[in-house]
Design a binder for this molecule. Sequence first.
Ligand code: CA
Length: 443
Amino acid sequence: MNRRQFLSALAAAPLVRAADNKPNVIVILADDLGWGDIGCYGSDLPTPNIDSIAENGTRFTDAHVSCPYCSPTRAGLMTGRYQTHFGHEFNPGPAEQAVENFGLPLAETAMPARFKALGYRTGMFGKWHLGYREPYRPMRRGFDEFYGFLGGAHSYTDANADSANPIYRGDTKVDKVDYTTDEFTREAVSFIERNKDNPFFIYLPYNAVHTPMHALDKYTARFPKITDPQRRLYAGMTAALDDGVGAVLTTLDKHKLTNKTLVVFFTDNGGPTLANTSRNGPLRGYKAQVWEGGLRVPFIVQWPGQIPKGKVFNHPIIALDILPTAIAAAGGTPDASWKLDGVNLLPHMQGKTKAAPHARLFWRFGRQYAMREGDWKLVSMGEAPMLFNLAKDIGEKNDLSAQEKDRMRAMSAAWEEWNKKNIAPLWQPRAAAGQGKKKKKKA
Ligand code: CA
């Protein structure tokens, strides 16, 4: 080695060590699970493994998704941006009906690509719902590995249930599945095993507990006292999800990666209670509505040694915060060109600041819109906006718009200002919104 090579090796050495210390990131996303469906949020169904994330980290009581519907929420998650800023406002409908350009717009950079730029191996196991056509698929958006499906829902037990929406490994169709929840878990565990010596990013978007209602007997058998057959299936599906989270956490423990891994668990929208028997606790409304029942979700984070255990965080946050938080944990620095709307939650979870992460949060979903400012929520279901004080009225029952005219005007003006940054939707909704295939309940 000559002197120049020696100096060059010396300069490279700290970078190698820094890479070794980079934490892993696992984002676990449940589907159509309500605010009241997790043990640590008051559910009667046991979810000890998911609850353990709260025991080992921070549980958020006022966390929201950026849309009360599957695909737009995922577009926001993957970019850290309000998806209405880039026209990803609606679901696409089934594969046969989806418009040609449906998918996370190609001008947007997805979270796995951000992690790849930081030297991470990236794997996704589960439901994509961000594009069917080749250029929009997970392997083209930054994932090294993909096992799952591209649509919005899938049979849990039949790989060939929908020829337009198969199960893929990478780009290859898979003919047989046992139970998708177990399969996505198995793939995530395998990915951890194979990447335990290098930094990895896992996105684990289970289709549980979205319809169709499929559960294996080994899961429903745990609930002999539940007499409602739909609810019993739901309990079984939730048990499989919780077991899956447990298997992932156990694998981290086995390889001494627990303190080196940031784990986030949340759900993509509130429960469609009629469709799957999910529960939104005391919240008003359902999936597909900008009431709290559609937007407020269970949201828990652990990173032992880096964020304290057993904390409860009560300021409003939004799932757009996951990307900046995860990138900060990985030692990355977001550029202004990323145009992030989310913020890094680490200093908030670490107690380095007591300030609220967001002064305001905003939503637009077709004719519906909403806004948060502190405890106040402006909400319109397509007609005259209403105003609620969520600190006193979490169920959004007492409209204060007539008493709080000045506040109404100021919040409406702030929402209009934000709305100027939104563009027209790139496609219109194709499938009926609301309670899945069941009849829509009036709000
Ligand atoms: Ca969903």
